[in-house]
Design a protein around this ligand. Structure first.
Ligand code: AQP
Length: 331
């Protein structure tokens, strides 16, 4: 049976990259698949999180998922630390994955930076936990942004090595689902850097709780070049900031970058930015308002996470038990 798993870290304010790269696809998939959407709080602590901020962000992200249109009754929405199968299976995978595989992970290199010796072991082993997140449910489809493609490939390698080592067909090969014209939304301040929750510059990202004024100001200040807009997407080559803004417009209006270029061919950025602001506010403001409403009822958000975790556990525990048996940890 087809099953979807995907996760989001409660490391800060959810942004337009999370929305276009992941969330919008999650909402679309909820009618076609059995879906598990996880607030991956164990992943979050691979980098330092202030405890009070972390617990607030877990609820905010939960509110963001529901406000974006995910139904907590039909989908399983929960936070990772409530289901111990994730951590338990991750340990098994720590013993399956090879050091050489993890050494190739670009996200570790980016996040550890120059001070690699001082990075947490958790940050290094992050992809093994991600493989466990997916395979604890034998998920077949994983909707993610472009930045997670390499980790998904590693999850496939782990599933295959486990099956080969033990001579079983236990874990499926999960398929990445990377869809839409904005699978990698870039920073508004630097078109070569991914839009990210942890970028120190607030101006680099549009968050899902930004007011209409904030959105307008951030788009107005977004870095661009001096050329007018081209008449086709080909003209965006070597213009990363222009390509990013056109990609965002295309994703928000459900069209292609080519169609957006045709519409604004020859226009100056000032006019295009006004149109983009209008579109971004129309898409995000209702979600932001709903999130704020949901945050007023934190008991309800806790109930969603507890109920989701109970349902997730019911799927993961038999799969973990079977895994332990295959490995020889149980008779
Ligand atoms: N800029 C992006 N463009 C498209 N998709 C993106 N995603 C993240 N950034 C972009 C996708 O959103 C989902 C959840 O991501 P995450 O929060 O688990 O982790 P991340 O990829 O590390 O996101 P951030 O915002 O950059 O967080 P920090 O700063 O904490 O590392 C994933 O599917 C991701 O692909």
């Amino acid at each position: 049976m087809d099953r979807v798993f995907s996760g989001i870290q409660p490391t800060g304010d959810m942004h337009l990259g999370n929305y276009l790269g992941a969330l919008r696809n999650w909402v679309r998939m909820q009618t076609q698949y059995e879906c598990l959407y996880c607030v991956v709080d164990l992943h979050a602590i691979t980098l330092w999180q202030e405890p009070a901020d972390l617990s607030k962000h877990i609820l905010e992200v939960t509110a963001g998922l529901v406000a974006s249109g995910l139904d907590p009754k039909t989908n399983i929405i929960f936070n990772q630390s409530r289901v111990s199968a994730h951590a338990e299976l991750a340990w098994v995978f720590n013993c399956v994955a090879r050091l050489g595989w993890l050494n190739r992970m670009t996200q570790f290199k980016d996040k550890a930076g120059k001070n690699r010796e001082n990075a947490s072991v958790g940050l290094y082993a992050y992809p093994n936990l991600m493989a466990a997140d997916i395979l604890a449910y034998k998920a077949t489809h994983v909707p993610v942004g472009e930045d997670q493609k390499q980790h998904l490939e590693l999850a496939r390698d782990i599933a295959q090595k486990f099956n080969n080592d033990y001579g079983v067909e236990h874990f499926p090969q999960p398929e990445p689902v990377i869809q839409g014209p904005a699978t990698r939304v870039m920073s508004l301040r630097d078109g070569t850097k991914k839009m990210s929750k942890s970028d120190p510059s607030e101006a680099s990202r549009i968050t899902m709780t930004d007011s209409a004024d904030d959105i307008a100001q951030k788009i107005r200040r977004a870095k661009t070049d001096m050329e007018p807009l081209p008449d086709s997407a080909k003209g965006l080559e070597a213009r990363p900031e222009a390509a990013n803004l056109i990609g965002i417009y295309a994703a928000l209006s459900d069209t292609s970058a080519d169609a957006v270029c045709q519409k604004f061919a020859g226009a100056q950025f000032s006019a295009f930015k006004e149109a983009l602001t209008e579109l971004a506010v129309a898409s995000l403001a209702p979600i932001g308002t709903k999130m704020a409403d949901l945050m007023k009822n934190q008991d309800y958000l806790d109930e969603i996470l507890i109920d989701g975790a109970n349902r997730a556990r019911a799927i993961a525990e038999p799969i973990l038990a079977e895994t332990y048996k295959i490995v020889g940890l149980r008779r």
